[in-house]
Design a protein around this ligand. Structure first.
Ligand code: HEM
Length: 421
């Protein structure tokens, strides 16, 4: 039995998990994290193997997410609990649709949703994506410093996904903060009881709003994702999606699809500040920018990890696992495995196999939004470097610190100085 005691959930390790990951890869590549009852996988080869063995390692890990809810509820007073339950009782139940389903149910939803992310769909949206990026670049012009998260990294992916979903412009003042609050649920960061109730109310308002929009699109179809989800049929069942199923898919887009891309913009910009020579090297070169984006995703996986449930007694890399055990796949650790990537802590814009990074997962659950995320990031960094140079950290504001989060890893602020070109 391992003598190691690595506190992955300590504030220091949540802020900077990489030294702990290295120790685990070297000494205990599958490590039992007793405080959360998780078997943590940190080595690239084992992580890939676990993802492939879907019969042994299931994606039905709602229990893990449900556990976080129980934990939150336990901090509420009786009065607050009553309020929270009252809000919950009004909410449409959300069934699993993709992320937390196994075959064959997973494929039913995945093939329906994949029509939203075909090469031609993504190509078609290129002008729209560039327009949002340019609008935010314009707000940075005329300035020589500012918080990059606020000025660019945060608003760009949110506006792009809202455009693609078909959220009417006049509803954005409600939608933006509501969608952001929904995504914050997965941070697994501690909330005050008041925040828990407030989040619940926002989630309910967002559900009601989205159901209204689905019904409106059923009556009056438009060219957007909600119209497609509202009017497509699940092939085998030969029926339209229920409100719960549509909300489940939209939740995944809002949680998985917004904050992750925001984080990657932040981490990429930090990498440009830390390695200023890269700025001039990749400017104007689409191929190098693509590799830079893959390297950013590798160095700082925005989704640090996700679970799997062990379906029967088995082993992984010689480590015994029992039916019902929970694995925790750490993409962020596998991406810095020196057995897979030479000099793994360096951003190498000429790395031959940078695309082997695991930030989007792999196999049947490989991120369905990856083509959209890559498009935003590739165009975004291209245009940022076309219009600005000399990006560096604003020395007066100190070095940015990551949000202490176990799942979604991002920077709350990134204060920069830069020059317009
Ligand atoms: C840099 C940005 C992104 C990162 C790092 C990321 C990461 C991931 C990861 C790691 C998974 C695999 C989950 C697993 O194996 O259990 C995943 C799945 C998924 N992602 Fe992303 N994602 C990003 C952007 C997006 C976008 C833009 C969207 C949609 C608009 C999206 C929607 C989804 C969905 C729906 C799934 C579930 C797919 C399935 O289970 O079949 N993601 N993502």
């Amino acid at each position: 039995m391992s003598e190691l005691n690595v506190q992955l959930f300590s504030p220091e390790n949540l802020i900077d998990p990489y030294p702990a990951y290295k120790q685990l890869r070297d000494e205990s590549p599958i490590y039992f994290m007793a405080e959360m009852n998780l078997h943590v996988v940190t080595r690239y080869d084992l992580l890939r193997e676990a993802i492939k063995r879907t019969d042994d390692f299931s994606s039905k890990y709602d229990r893990f997410l449900g556990g976080a809810r129980e934990l939150m509820f336990s901090t509420l007073s009786d009065d607050q609990k009553k309020k929270a339950m009252d809000i919950e009782s009004q909410m449409v139940e959300i069934p699993p649709t993709m992320l937390t389903l196994d075959e064959p149910e997973h494929t039913q939803f995945r093939s329906l949703v994949s029509q939203l992310f075909t090469g031609s769909q993504v190509k078609k949206s290129e002008d729209q994506v560039r327009a949002v990026i340019m609008k935010n670049i314009d707000t940075m012009k005329g300035k020589s410093d500012g918080d990059f998260m606020e000025d660019f990294a945060f608003p760009v992916p949110l506006e792009i996904i809202s455009d693609r979903l078909g959220i009417p412009v006049e509803d954005r003042d409600f939608f933006y903060p509501a969608a952001t609050a929904a995504a914050a649920g997965l941070k697994m960061a501690p909330l005050t009881p008041e925040q828990i109730i407030e989040r619940g109310q926002i989630a309910l308002d967002l559900q009601k709003y989205l159901i209204g929009l689905v019904e409106a699109r059923r009556q009056d179809p438009q060219e957007d994702m909600i119209t497609i989800l509202a009017n497509s049929k699940l092939e085998e069942a030969d029926r339209e999606l229920t409100h719960g199923e549509i909300l489940s898919i939209l939740n995944q887009f809002l949680v998985a699809g917004h904050e992750t891309t925001t984080s990657t913009f932040g981490w990429g910009m930090l990498a440009l500040c830390d390695n200023p020579e890269i700025q001039d090297k990749i400017r104007g070169d689409e191929k190098l920018i693509k590799t830079f984006v893959e390297e950013t995703l590798r160095i700082e996986a925005p989704v640090q990890g996700l679970p799997r449930v062990v379906t029967r007694d088995t082993e992984l890399g010689g480590y015994a696992l029992k039916e019902g055990d929970m694995l925790m796949l750490r993409y962020g650790a596998a991406n810095r495995d020196e057995r897979q990537f030479e000099n793994p802590d360096d951003v190498d814009v000429e790395r031959a196999k940078a695309g082997m990074q695991m930030a989007f997962g792999s196999g049947v659950h490989f991120c369905i939004g990856a083509p959209l995320a890559r498009q935003e990031l590739n165009i975004g960094f291209y245009e940022l470097l076309e219009h600005f140079g000399a990006f560096s950290l604003d020395a007066s504001k100190g070095r940015p610190v990551a949000d202490p989060s176990f799942i979604l890893r991002g920077l709350p602020n990134l204060n920069l100085t830069y020059q317009e070109r």
